[in-house]
Design a protein. Structure first.
Length: 155
């Protein structure tokens, strides 16, 4: 089975393809099974293209050891001014909110836990990127969120 990270607009999907030579093709998108019928178009459809990753520095790994997957891009580092301008905390991945650690009106410090988000059977503590007062909570325990959905807003 081959895995791909597919970006469509602002959404990122994990797509796993079982066997692309069979029809219909069985795929998993973020863990949900689908069968896909593909109609090949033109002579180019008969050619097999295998993309090759070429690292900028050959001494670097092109895959994460033991996974066969490319490494994630580096996270951007925000300056203190940029961090203070953050007005909301958004979901870093799709998942389910397990618990909330804040309520509207709470004064929180940078690094305080805001909520726990379960994604792919793992519990992820979502922390505040800055200090501030919670103006709005956009989720409740048990709610499903997609990548980029707002969790809380600062006043």
């Amino acid at each position: 089975m081959r895995s791909f990270r597919v970006n469509v607009g602002d959404a990122t999907y994990l797509v796993e393809v079982e066997d692309a030579k069979r029809s219909p093709i069985k795929v998993k998108v973020n863990g949900k099974d689908f069968e896909v019928d593909v109609e090949w178009q033109g002579a180019a459809a008969e050619a097999t293209v295998t993309p090759e990753l070429v690292p900028a520095d050959p001494s670097q790994h092109t895959t994460v050891p033991g996974t066969g997957r490319p490494p994630l891009p580096p996270r951007p580092h925000l300056s203190e001014e940029e961090r203070q301008s953050v007005q909301s905390v958004d979901a870093p991945m799709p998942g389910t909110i397990l618990s909330l650690s804040v309520k509207v009106g709470d004064e929180i410090e940078r690094g305080d836990e805001i909520c726990v988000l379960e994604a792919m059977k793992m519990q992820n503590s979502i922390k505040a990127p800055r200090s501030g007062k919670i103006a709005e909570i956009a989720v409740i325990p048990g709610s499903r969120v997609s990548y980029g959905d707002p969790l809380v807003r600062f006043s």
